[in-house]
Design a protein around this ligand. Structure first.
Ligand code: BTN
Length: 248
């Protein structure tokens, strides 16, 4: 039961569950936490984007008090996306609903080509202790606007009313499962499962490293989670930071 391993803190409203997790880290807490809020006033997404956080969606952060070596922290973003993926998939299956569900590099969850959830990893070192924050936002009642992206939400998929607590439990049960798997056997299993469910593998995609746009065919992810593309020249390009565009 995940509640034996994490302390749960709940809020009606907060600036950002990730910010709260970072504040706890700065207090030097010993435990792992889950922070849940009904809404956020300054929810944030990747690349400093705003994350619309009106009541009705899931806004949560996991604070891991762990000495995970910095260079492999990004592997946890795949652990996190698999957890959210499984949680949503199980809920849909329970209602006999089946949709095309895929994982977009590095950590978006897509249903029928539209984003339903996003993940934001942040880390902090305090007094020689390392903390990792995994923020998760799942669209349940509303589809927050994200420029140029197709967005969907659970209630739009004929799922009927879903309680945020049920989704939280489902996400955390999957998270403890995949985190355990990762701790025991490393990234190889996680990588394999992620790739089996990945979005647009083998297709031509556009990748941005923040400065340049690079076009190539999406081969796979490497042993640490970096994306690998085959360029027109035949060369292999790989990067562990950046964003993928499909014109969706
Ligand atoms: C993204 O896709 O850009 C990542 C979005 C992450 C949003 C979640 S909501 C809970 C947590 N608190 C935040 O401020 N952000 C993350």
């Amino acid at each position: 039961m995940w509640l034996n391993k994490f302390k749960l803190l709940t809020f009606d409203s907060i600036d950002s569950t990730n910010s709260e997790a970072l504040r706890l880290a700065k207090l030097g807490v010993d435990e792992n936490y889950v922070i849940l809020s009904e809404s956020q006033t300054f929810g944030r997404g990747r690349y400093g984007r705003m994350w619309d956080s009106a009541p009705g969606n899931l806004y949560m952060s996991i604070l891991l008090n762990s000495d995970i070596f910095f260079s492999i922290q990004s592997e946890l973003s795949f652990v996190a996306s698999l957890s959210v993926y499984d949680a949503i998939k199980n809920m849909l299956q329970e209602k006999n609903l089946s949709f095309e569900m895929r994982l977009k590099w590095p950590n978006d969850i897509m249903i029928n080509g539209a984003k339903i959830a996003g993940i934001l990893l942040e880390s902090i070192k305090y007094n020689d202790r390392h903390y990792l924050v995994i923020g998760m936002g799942v669209n349940v009642k509303n589809a927050p606007s994200l420029e140029g992206r197709k967005i969907t939400f659970l209630n739009d998929l004929s799922l009927g009313p879903v309680s945020i607590r049920v989704i939280l439990d489902s996400v955390m049960n999957s998270f403890t499962h995949y985190y355990d798997l990762w701790q025991k056997f490393g990234f190889a299993n996680i990588r394999k499962i992620w790739l089996e469910n990945s979005y647009k593998q083998g297709e031509i995609i556009t990748f941005s490293d923040g400065k340049n746009f690079i076009k190539g065919s999406f081969i796979d992810i490497d042993a640490n989670g970096a994306i690998r593309l085959r360029l027109d020249s035949g060369k292999i390009y790989s990067s562990s930071v950046g964003e993928v565009f499909f014109g969706e």
